[in-house]
Ligand binder design. Structure first.
Ligand code: KIV
Length: 296
């Protein structure tokens, strides 16, 4: 590869995707890890250019992109399409595929088979929700070389079936249990865990005591990194507005105004303008008219 290759960036260093070591070295250096959930090619190109370290193709895609009521509904084939789009749009960020509900619970064989499909479409790692009950599955994935991200605290795939979306680790006992789950995942071989809606005190303890990258969502500022859903920070997804999500734009208003403007212009004939139109060569057009006149 020479320095004119598109795989070189402007500072002449090789432009390649973040791997597990890159992510862990961010933690070692004390540099916070920026993660977003994204679901398609176009927005992934932008996120990648903006320097996000990891793009998660979250199963929240089921709600945000398909309008499902909960994440557990999204299917494997649907997630594979989203993952392909994100992988195609990403040159630098690590792409993590969220294994959808039902694709890893049946057992190690199913988890391996399905995780490999996500690697085949260009993902660099997989995420699964759960704690010590998944230790054997995680070990099997890591043994064949697939990096795994865990997800504990609030587990949206099943939370709505039990107690709903509640803050986790509010008591000493539940905190001790969560800390043990985090340790079990680390020992099983995950390189990172998502901690969702965990009290900031416990999230801090877990982040400080584990050597893996702890990515928080609604779990305070002491985690090694943060994750939010792209559509939440852009202000596009209106169905749920979680307390932990910060809006950096109000794109739904901008999109509404753009679409209204387009509709009005089409109805009034203001669009398309001459600059949006393709013309025939005037001589060809004259000949065409003559030809048509002959026929009539
Ligand atoms: O599905 C998702 O996007 C997630 C993150 C919000 C952690 O699991």
């Amino acid at each position: 590869m020479d320095c004119y290759s598109e795989n070189y960036n402007y500072s002449n260093t090789i432009l390649r995707k973040n791997n597990v070591n890159d992510i862990l070295s961010l933690k070692k250096k004390g540099e916070k890890i920026a993660v977003l959930s994204a679901y398609d090619y176009c927005t992934s190109v932008i996120c990648d250019k903006a320097g996000v370290d990891i793009l998660l193709v979250g199963d929240s895609a089921g709600m945000v992109m398909l309008g499902y009521e909960r994440t557990a509904t999204v299917g494997l084939e649907e997630m594979l399409v989203f993952c392909k789009g994100v992988s195609m749009g990403t040159k630098r960020a690590m792409v993590v595929a969220d294994l959808p509900f039902g694709s890893y619970q049946p057992g190690t064989g199913a988890a391996l088979e399905n995780a490999i499909r996500f690697i085949k479409v260009g993902c660099d790692a997989v995420k699964l929700e759960g704690g010590s009950e998944l230790v054997d599955t995680i070990k099997a994935l890591v043994a064949v070389g697939i990096p795994v991200m865990g997800h504990i605290g609030l587990k949206p795939q099943t939370a709505s079936l039990w107690e709903g979306y509640k803050v986790q680790a509010k008591t000493k006992d539940s905190s001790m249990k969560l800390i043990a789950e985090a340790r079990a995942l680390e020992q099983a071989g995950v390189f990172s865990i998502v901690l969702e809606m965990v009290t900031s005190e416990v999230a801090k303890i877990i982040s400080k005591n584990l050597s893996i990258a702890v990515i928080g969502i609604g779990s305070g500022s002491d985690c090694d990194g943060q994750i939010l859903v792209l559509h939440d920070i852009l202000g596009v997804y209106e169905n749920i507005r979680p307390k932990f999500a910060k809006r950096y734009a109000d794109l739904s208003d901008s999109i509404f105004r753009a679409v209204t403007g387009y509709r009005t212009d089409v109805k009034s004939g203001k669009f398309p303008e001459d600059q949006n139109v393709f013309h025939m060569d005037p001589n060809e057009y004259r000949e065409l008219q003559r030809e048509l006149e002959k026929d009539s």
